[in-house]
Design a protein around this ligand. Structure first.
Ligand SMILES: C[S@@+](CC[C@H](N)C(=O)[O-])C[C@H]1O[C@@H](n2cnc3c(N)ncnc32)[C@H](O)[C@@H]1O
Length: 199
């Protein structure tokens, strides 16, 4: 999908309020992970952040080096309205696949599952995450553990641990990649929590 078509697609979904992915609060597995982080100076990117509840949680806990990125302006505006003190220069209206930068930590929450699940898209995601991480940087997040339906319109696009590892192991060492014990009830049994470290 071309950049502008992708942007229009997501903006339309926000306009029509077809945002079933939006939890209205930080994802519990990510919140639990954030709660055990000690170094508040690390640089953190949340790509495809939508309403950015995890960024809000981080910022309010004292992590000031947090960047949220989305291809659609609407969720970034909502985020900014809710968090007027969050630095505007840390709101990135950009296409993840074109972004350049270097981060200690990248947080994944229903972004990977949102783009068409082709081999080339998924490999491009891993390659880009790798490029955006500093040496020893980490990719941490949740991935849906649900079968791929074959329908290329019906999000979220799933997969399983073995399939995801094909894309991740060329770039990252796997520290953790296990079924979530702390998903919200409606996602129970459907999420894998992963911590991957840049090789
Ligand atoms: C399924 S939503 C998830 C939003 C958020 N992570 C959450 O869990 O609430 C996917 C998000 O990725 C954004 N997005 C899609 N393609 C993108 C791209 N290439 N670069 C940056 N953001 C993108 C969409 O605008 C949308 O906000």
């Amino acid at each position: 999908m071309k950049n502008i078509e992708n942007q229009n697609y997501w903006t339309q979904r926000y306009l029509e309020k077809r945002t079933g992915w939006d939890l209205g609060s930080p994802s519990t597995p990510l919140q639990t992970y954030i709660d055990q982080l000690n170094d508040k100076s690390i640089s953190i990117l949340i790509p495809g952040a939508g309403n950015g509840y995890e960024a809000e949680y981080l910022y309010n806990k004292g992590f000031k080096n947090v960047y949220i990125m989305d291809i659609s302006e609407l969720p970034l505006q909502s985020f900014s309205n809710r968090n007027p003190n969050f630095p505007k220069e840390q709101l990135l209206l950009a296409d993840f696949f074109e972004h350049t930068g270097q981060y200690d930590l990248i947080l994944e929450q229903t972004f990977f599952c949102s783009f068409p699940p082709t081999e080339s898209n998924r490999l491009a995601y891993s390659k880009k995450i790798d490029a955006l991480l500093k040496p020893k940087g980490k990719l941490v997040g949740v991935w849906f553990d649900i079968p791929l339906s074959g329908n290329m319109e019906n999000r979220p696009f799933g997969g399983d641990k073995k399939m995801y590892l094909n894309y991740f192991t060329p770039y990252f060492k796997v520290h953790v990649f296990d079924p979530c014990y702390n998903s919200i009830p409606k996602r129970g049994g459907q999420e894998l929590f992963g911590v991957f470290v840049k090789k």
